[in-house]
Design a protein around this ligand. Sequence first.
Ligand code: ATP
Length: 356
Amino acid sequence: MRTSNQNDSDPDQDVVFEVRDLEVTFGTNRGESRVVRNVDFDIYRNETLGMVGESGSGKSMTSSALMNAVVSPGETSGEVTYYPPDGGEPISVLDLDEEELRKFRWGEVAMVFQGAMSSFNPVKKVRGHFRETLEDHNRDVEAGLERAHQILGDLYLDPDRVLDSYPYELSGGMKQRALVALALILEPEVLVMDEPTAALDLLMQRSIVSLLKELKEEYELTIIFITHDLPLLTKLADRLVVMYAFDIVEVGSTEEILYDAAHPYTRSLLNATPDLNAPIEEMQSISGSKPDPVTNIPGCSYRPRCPMADESCAEAEPPMADRGDGHRTACFYHDDVSDEIPIPAMEAAEKGGESE
Ligand SMILES: Nc1ncnc2c1ncn2[C@@H]1O[C@H](COP(=O)(O)OP(=O)(O)OP(=O)(O)O)[C@@H](O)[C@H]1O
């Protein structure tokens, strides 16, 4: 097991991705747009890491940067180190050339993108997509198609029927599962899923979640799951990363974040989700205007919307405070937050748990 010498890494964890000082910028006519700002975090092998935050907070850009796949003319800087399994040589992802990246992206880390519903070529049968991916990566096509059968079966699909279909002949849920199977065809270690369930109905979203849990065990995957849907994440993720204004404001185990959220933004997010078992449609928006990636406000980026902000929050950016057990948050007042911003639903849930 690799242990990191970085202060904010957990030495007991087997790290698969180590991200340090990650920045993504775009030049605009208003000035430099910094859409990912000094982001530091680790991803542990075989965990499901959920990334949550309001629209535009930088989740997709951060996950694209993990694969050095930020769209042009975006500039990515910092360090993204990928640790292959079994102690293989670490890979500095931002230094890979085009050919190395092509191999890395399917073979080590595969991605099911936002809007993936449309990412099958409509005039090609599903089998053709599997064949093409295998051929492009010089894999044994017959053995690969056999694996496709296995994965599609594991996703409760009829493999022959799906492989012989055109994408338009499949329902949304079937198409989405076929895309997950395609992402897994080259046996990646990590699966990055960006809002993969957004276009599906609630029932299908929940069934994809239980399928992902099964897949993760079966194929020993590390999963990074990006969504606005906090209720969905709580059922799936081992740990959560909360993003606000292009940076991480809180990270910790899902349980810690649900029952001891220590950043005012995370607590507002939880309060905007009245019932963690309710459909996402019921999530309310948080008051105040969203941050602008071209503007750099001094101090804490959440300050303009934070009910607890005072002068010290304007003077300096709060460093990540360590609350133990890998729970960290960027707030000067993390010890006072639970008194200042109660979360009635969580308190009720906790009381219910105690009385059982
Ligand atoms: N091609 C682009 N060029 C310049 N800026 C971009 C581009 N794509 C996204 N952005 C900006 O980058 C910021 C972060 O966007 P990102 O897509 O990472 O957010 P997100 O948290 O994933 O949001 P969503 O949940 O809506 O996908 C936003 O301010 C967005 O407007």
